[in-house]
Design a protein around this ligand. Sequence first.
Ligand code: DQA
Length: 146
Amino acid sequence: MNILLINGPNLNLLGTREKEVYGSKSLEDIQQDLSVLATQNQCNLISFQSNAEHEIIESIHSTIEAKIDFVIINPAAYTHTSIAIRDAFLGVKIPFYEVHLSDIYKREEFRHFSYLSDIAEEVITGMGAKGYEEAMLKGILKYRGK
Ligand code: DQA
């Protein structure tokens, strides 16, 4: 199986950025741990991070050609603003899990709304880096053999 991990804007700063909110693991550490988990489950993980909305959209479009089975995405601030990322997922019809390190529902009101959650397989929020692992294992269980 092929899994695409997408991390949105400012997540390249993980490990130094607002550690009390997002934890002390760097994005490289998170990607590395997820890669190991993917390999243990006979899966291939492709990791991508971008601060640019159009690059995230293009990576979602690329899932068809790349034969991706499902996507794990932390859209970061684009969660709350991007109709274009929503439309990209609807356009290519790729299943995806929405992950947030912090609990977006317990933070500022502007973070409570997500343009993606009603079309996501599941929203995993507030579990820190473990949330990505949870999403991966759920996706593998659901899409293996499909
Ligand atoms: C985030 C939550 C978003 O509101 C925020 O803009 C982020 C990270 C999270 O992982 O908790 O950049 O998606």
